[in-house]
Design a protein around this ligand. Structure first.
Ligand SMILES: O=C(O)CCC(=O)C(=O)O
Length: 337
């Protein structure tokens, strides 16, 4: 119900019980590593082999990296964040019209992750949009704020272009043809989650989003330039992804882990909240077409190494992913051969 939205509720002094994680599942914020960032890769670097080798290292060791000089202008990035904030500041009645907790809906304003299934809620509201083909979905997007459709669709187009460029680099870094991954994934869908994490009275008891991996192929995250909150798991430790000026955060989803036969990682990540600042992020997900057949690239098993995962369609994977809780075991584990 729309009255569950955090962005319309009055500020709270204590965390409501339904958001409190059991002791063993809490984020232990004091143990997070804040001074060991993930790699930052300059896509404007003229030395392509060097860029590819830096991407290979980041994908192998972190599953995450940040990119700068990526071709999306800082002005557009600021406009997107401003639009997102303006959206969550709309009056409650306006937002109530867009609310849904049905994960199958292609445009919905919702809260937490999957309120119908989960037992503990997350300190997040989000607007979920389908974005490809744009002309099919934009008419149903919010018409308030008035510039929302125009700015978000410009951003979607540019993010898609960047995503395909990155998939090219990733293919090359695996020794595959530049368009290999793009071809295997077929006509990719594109989804967007506009995330809003309000100030939280007791951030050490809850999450914005608990640890999860992304079920898709590639995620491009525009994160708040002022407020950190994203963390990735590396060697058993949570590392804060500190915002870098004008950077975008890239992470590999489960499908690239499967396609690369486990060479590259779809890494656990989470969003934590804080008591002083609200935080925003805009995640763009490139998702294989439902009929795409996912299996390790042949070149990567040519040396006799076994395929770690059985082949499956993305449709099968996505259904399995949404039938579970977000923070259960890695969904790919269910597809081991
Ligand atoms: O807000 C963030 O930093 C992370 C968002 C995220 O992981 C997601 O939307 O799946």
């Amino acid at each position: 119900m729309a009255n569950q939205l955090l962005s319309t509720a009055p500020r709270r002094e204590t965390l409501p019980e339904s958001y409190v994680r059991p002791e063993s599942q809490r984020p232990r914020l004091s143990e997070v590593v804040t001074d060991a960032d993930i790699p930052v890769i300059d896509l404007g670097c003229p030395d392509k082999p060097q860029t590819i080798s830096r991407i290979a290292h980041a994908c192998r060791s972190y599953g995450f990296f940040q990119v700068v000089s990526h071709g999306i202008s800082p002005e557009l990035m600021l406009q997107v964040m401003a639009m997102a904030l303006e959206f969550f500041r709309l009056p409650a009645e306006e937002k109530a019209k867009l609310y849904s907790d049905d994960p199958a809906k292609k445009m919905r304003l919702s809260t937490s992750f999957n309120v119908r299934k989960e037992t503990v809620h997350n300190w997040r509201d989000y607007l979920r949009l389908h974005c490809y083909p744009l002309q099919e979905f934009v008419p149903d997007w919010p018409s308030n704020p008035p510039l929302f459709k125009e700015i978000m669709s410009t951003y979607c187009r540019e993010v898609r272009r960047l995503g395909f460029r990155l998939l090219g680099f990733i293919s090359l870094s695996l020794g595959l043809e530049e368009d290999y991954i793009e071809k295997v994934l077929g006509e990719q869908e594109q989804h967007m989650a506009v995330n809003y994490y309000p100030e939280c009275p007791q951030p050490e008891l809850t999450y914005g989003l608990p640890a999860h991996t992304d079920p898709n192929a590639l995620t491009i995250l525009l994160q708040d330039q002022q407020v950190a909150g994203l963390q990735v798991l590396k060697d058993g430790k949570w590392i804060a992804v500190n915002p870098q000026p004008n950077a975008l955060v890239i992470n590999l989803g489960d499908q690239l882990q499967a396609l690369s036969n486990g060479r590259y990682k779809s890494v656990w990540h989470r969003a934590v909240v804080n008591s002083v600042h609200e935080r925003m992020s805009v995640a763009s997900f490139l998702c294989p077409c439902n009929c795409a057949l996912i299996r390790p690239a042949e070149n990567l098993t040519a040396d006799g190494s076994n395929a770690i995962y059985r082949s499956y369609t993305y449709d099968e994977y996505y259904k399995k992913f949404w039938s579970r809780n977000l923070d259960q075991e890695h969904c790919l584990e269910l597809f081991r051969s």
